[in-house]
Write a protein that binds this ligand. Structure first.
Ligand SMILES: [Zn+2]
Length: 169
């Protein structure tokens, strides 16, 4: 896309709603390997956090940056808050493997967080699974680190609204 849709009279400036925000570098990996996006509203390049916007009069969603998302939805708090949450998630995911995992009497790695017992254990087929409380993860993994990161993703999805869990320490 070239130019700016802000100059296109067929594209409304207001009335958009954000349906999702996506972090294109959720693993905190190297910046140079990230496939950044371009804002479909203003043409600004190298966007990491993509705000997906919908409008009742438009068939297509637009994938835009934070500044345009704010203007399009006339919401000057929500987009920044959603980005901050994803930034927090990426930072915590990158530290997850370095947390002080303890080892149970059975030899399993575990973390106790805010009343949740999180366990990574070896399976009989020499792979790795995880458990959140009494609930077992749906898959097994080749390494214990992969199982720990899958556990993080699952646990985050389940608890991301829990402020005490994710805004402390
Ligand atoms: Zn933009």
């Amino acid at each position: 896309m070239t130019g700016s849709r802000w100059d296109d009279p067929g594209v409304p400036h207001k009335g958009w709603q954000c349906v999702d925000v996506v972090d294109l570098r959720p693993d905190g990996g190297p910046a140079e390997e990230t496939d950044y996006a371009t804002c479909e509203m203003c043409g600004h390049e190298r966007i990491r956090y993509v705000h997906i916007m919908e409008h009742p009069d438009q068939d297509d969603q637009l994938r835009v940056g934070c500044v345009c998302a704010e203007k399009m939805s006339d919401d000057y708090e929500g987009p920044k808050r959603r980005e901050a949450r994803l930034r927090n998630r990426a930072a915590r995911r990158s530290r997850w493997l370095h947390r002080k995992w303890r080892v149970s009497a059975k030899g399993n790695s575990f973390l106790n967080l805010d009343g949740y017992n999180l366990v990574v254990y070896p399976t009989k087929s020499i792979r790795w699974g995880y458990k959140i409380g009494d609930r077992f993860g749906p898959k097994t993994y080749a390494t214990s680190n992969e199982a720990k990161l899958a556990l993080f993703d699952d646990f985050w999805a389940q608890t991301q609204d829990n402020e005490t869990l994710w805004t402390t320490d």
